[in-house]
Every structure is written in structure tokens, then in C-alpha cells.
Design a protein. Structure first.
Lengths: 113, 111
């Protein structure tokens, strides 16, 4: 079956612009995760959705970051008023249940000029 | 502070050599996952360990979780160039609805 897909694969934007990153999880997976991977750094947990429960937003780096998950499936990560330090690879993963084995998408490479 | 410490940070080995990567936590691990990331690509799941003392193998890769469930090791036997990449340990430490990853170990295998 299809794996986790993310779009766009690459995004170049100007400082101050808003961007939306999309994640399509594996069908049937109830949990969805967003991570950020900056150059030379490890994976930083951003947010986790489990079923219809309210997401844990404590990992979001600032109030410019928000995420939603519509219908328990597709998720969108929105970064408002982008800054150069937001440049990173944004990875999405999904799992069958909460905190189960995560399967990752290919990531979206964001570059803020 | 880093929840999960990996060592070494990078490793360069000759093809055919064995190697070990370690992942250490200061807290009890409720689930320990090993992933591999090829440069510029997403993460590939390798193995998951849950029970203290558990050991799993896949092809030439073996992972162990110690009895106290605070350290895991990944061992590659007779390394090949295809093993090159970044190895990441990840864990659910049940301190909240968060999942933590180690800083990663970059492995280069010289043919």
C-alpha cells in the first residue's frame, strides 16, 4: 500500500510569508506526528495527533506554528511569517496506534530566504 | 538537554568490519525504536524493542535493549557500503505525548 506522502517536496519562500505543508498518512493510521530536522541537528518533535483527541502542541517552537488534522486523516502544518531559522526539513510520520511504530514520509525541505 | 544520547556521533569503518552504536537514556524507555536515514531521504524503520533484555536481528543488524530499559545498542556485522547512513534511536518515555529521537550516528562504510 501507499506510504506516508508529503507535499511539496521542496519549498522556497521569502521571509515573512506564510507556508503550508501537507501530510497524507498511511490509510488506517490513527496517529500522526510532525518533526523538524535542521541542518546538523537531530529530529525535533513538533506535534502529535491521536485519533480525535486534542493534539499536544507543547513541542511547537512558537505561536507562528500551527497544525490541524481534518477528518482524522490529512494534516497541514502552517508556519506564519516565516523566519530564516525556520529553514529545515519537516518530516511527517504516522502510526497505527498512539506511540506505535512510526512510518515516515520523505519530508518537505523548506528554505526561507 | 538531550533526552536520548547516541554515541558515537560519527563512524567511519572499512567494509567487512563490525560496529556498534549506542543509545542511552536517563529515564526508563517504554519503547525503543531504531531508524536509518539515508542522506536527503526520510527515515526507514529498522526495529522496535520493548522488553528489558530483548534482542532482535534483521539480516546483519542486531539491536538489544538492556535489562533496565535505559540503554540500547545496534550492532552491524560485516558492514557493507549499503549500511551507510544516519542511524537514529527514538523512544517513547511516557513523560507526555512526545516522542524523542537521539542526535543520530553518521555511518560511512569505505569499500
Amino acid at each position: 500500500g501507499a506510504g506516508v506522502s508529503q507535499s511539496p517536496s521542496n519549498k522556497v519562500t521569502e521571509k515573512g510569508k506564510d507556508v503550508e505543508l501537507r501530510c497524507d498518512p498511511i490509510s488506517g493510521h490513527t496517529a500522526l506526528y510532525w518533526y523538524r530536522q535542521s541542518l546538523g541537528q537531530g529530529l525535533e518533535f513538533l506535534i502529535y495527533f491521536q485519533g480525535n483527541s486534542a493534539p499536544d502542541k507543547s513541542g511547537l517552537p512558537s505561536d507562528r506554528f500551527s497544525a490541524e488534522r481534518t477528518g482524522g486523516s490529512v494534516s497541514t502544518l502552517t508556519i506564519q511569517r516565516t523566519q530564516q531559522e525556520d529553514s529545515a526539513v519537516y518530516l511527517c510520520a504516522s502510526s497505527l496506534g498512539g506511540m506505535g511504530t512510526q512510518y515516515f514520509g520523505p519530508g518537505t525541505r523548506l528554505l526561507v530566504l | 538537554s538531550q533526552e536520548l544520547e547516541q554515541s558515537p556521533q560519527s563512524l567511519i569503518v572499512q567494509e567487512g568490519k563490525n560496529l556498534t552504536i549506542n543509545c542511552t537514556s536517563s529515564k526508563t524507555l517504554y519503547g525503543l525504536y531504531w531508524y536509518k536515514q539515508k542522506y536527503g531521504e526520510g527515515l526507514i524503520f529498522l526495529m522496535m524493542l520493548q522488553k528489558g533484555g530483548e534482542e532482535k536481528s534483521h539480516e546483519k543488524i542486531t539491536a538489544k535493549l538492556d535489562e533496565k530499559k535505559q540503554q540500547s545498542s545496534l550492532h552491524i556485522t560485516a558492514s557493507q557500503p549499503s549500511h551507510a547512513g544516519i542511524y537514529l534511536c527514538g523512544a517513547d518515555m511516557s513523560t507526555g505525548n512526545q516522542f524523542y529521537f537521539g542526535t543520530g550516528t553518521s555511518l560511512t562504510v569505505i569499500p
